[in-house]
Design a protein around this ligand. Structure first.
Ligand SMILES: Nc1ncnc2c1ncn2[C@@H]1O[C@H](COP(=O)(O)OP(=O)(O)O)[C@@H](O)[C@H]1O
Ligand SMILES: Cc1ncc(C[n+]2csc(CCOP(=O)(O)OP(=O)(O)O)c2C)c(N)n1
Ligand SMILES: [Mg+2]
Length: 344
């Protein structure tokens, strides 16, 4: 046994928690964090926003490509952007992690540091207030995130109105480009991930794309700012622009008319790496915020450190026309990531 770094089986849960819990961020409105049967968190607004998501080894990540730090980071980045997409500020996270008992305690510590570093970078007032540790043959991360609306109305998918402009904050297409690179260049003939190849890709010319896939930086702080600015609809682009814009179109009963020049500008980093517009339109996991604003309202050119791009306009439906998305007037198929249909 490695005394400094035992496996979870050797260490046991109590020792694992003793090393894991002190690494977690506390949060500004936490009254009672980890350690008792449940946490106690203030809800300054009298309501709270809540969302949950799972990340499963195999379907959502591969341990040969993602470090444990990456997994903690991505769990924060992808869950808190859902809170932000409602126009809320994240307050707290509850994080359940199940891994093989042969996993080393240092892996758990790296995961906790990933959570803490991502919170510090993207949502410094948020705390990890509780969770669960367990064992499973395939690693599973289940995260529940809470947020505060600061007295504002939530920004729904259904609020887009004809003549609104369509915008996004954050880039498009990079995460899918990174995933494509990993599948093409970081697995062996038996489709087993090759960690050294993934590391080389990450350090190479397309490293930004690989990083966007494995440890994305998402515009979390932009959500509340956009709500204050008067965003009429908002969601995070997790499954691809075409599919997620179609969700806004359907919920709002409108046509989302995208302009190629705007989408290309938002996808510039991915296009510069040789990706096609397909990655921006139909690839997932960019977690940019797609939002609509009344015609007269212009957002800043940058929000929460991410560029803002105008993608098009909201148009009324013609008589009998179903809600949908167009690109320079041609129809766009609402195709994107669907966990039940993924072949990857
Ligand atoms: N098991 C479930 N029970 C209740 N609601 C669910 C369940 N699965 C999904 N939903 C709801 O369906 C909607 C769409 O889910 P999902 O596609 O995961 O959202 P998103 O892409 O924003 O993460 C969400 O409002 C989510 O809360
Ligand atoms: C190993 C691996 N295979 C496939 C993918 C692709 N993938 C997994 S989840 C996802 C999109 C969003 O995930 P989901 O959990 O559906 O988020 P939600 O839409 O619920 O926010 C994509 C494109 C991946 N990231 N890693
Ligand atoms: Mg979402």
């Amino acid at each position: 046994m490695d005394d400094a770094d035992p496996t979870l089986h050797e260490a046991g849960e109590l020792e694992a928690l003793r090393r894991f819990l002190p690494l977690l961020p506390a949060g500004a409105v936490t009254e009672l964090g980890p350690g008792d049967d449940a946490a106690v968190v203030r809800a300054p607004d009298g309501r709270f926003v809540v969302t949950t998501d799972t990340m499963l080894e195999g379907a959502d990540f591969r341990l040969g490509w993602s470090s444990w730090h990456d997994l903690g980071w991505k769990a924060v980045a992808t869950n808190l952007i859902d809170v932000a997409a409602m126009g809320a500020s994240p307050t707290s996270l509850v994080v359940a992690l199940a891994v093989a008992s042969s996993t080393r305690v240092s892996a758990l510590e790296a995961f906790a540091s990933g959570l803490a570093d991502a919170v510090a970078a993207m949502a410094p007032d948020c705390g990890v207030v509780g969770g669960d540790l367990g064992t499973a043959p395939h690693a599973t991360v289940a995260v529940t995130a809470f947020g505060d609306l600061g007295g504002r109305a939530p920004v729904l998918r259904s609020g887009a109105r004809p003549a609104d402009a369509v915008w996004c904050v954050g880039g498009l297409g990079l995460a899918a480009t990174g995933l494509r690179m990993l599948f093409a260049q970081a697995q062996d003939e038996a489709a087993v991930p090759v960690a050294s190849a993934a590391e080389r890709l990450r350090a190479g010319a397309g490293g930004r794309a690989v990083a966007a896939q494995l440890a994305p930086v998402t515009p979390i702080a932009a959500g509340a700012l956009l709500a204050e600015l008067g965003a009429t609809a908002m969601l995070d682009v997790s499954d691809g622009l075409a599919l997620d814009a179609a969700r806004v179109a359907r919920a709002s009963g409108v046509r989302i008319a995208l302009e190629r020049a705007g989408v290309e500008a938002a996808a510039a980093d991915a296009l510069a790496l040789g990706a096609s517009l397909e990655a921006a339109l139909h690839g997932g996991e960019d977690h940019a915020l797609l939002f609509t604003l009344p015609a007269g309202t212009a957002p800043p050119v940058e929000l929460a450190g991410h560029p803002v791009h105008r993608l098009g306009t909201v148009e009324p439906l013609a008589e009998g026309e179903p809600p949908g998305v167009t690109l320079d007037d041609g129809p766009v198929e609402p195709r994107g990531w669907d966990p039940y249909r993924a072949s990857a």
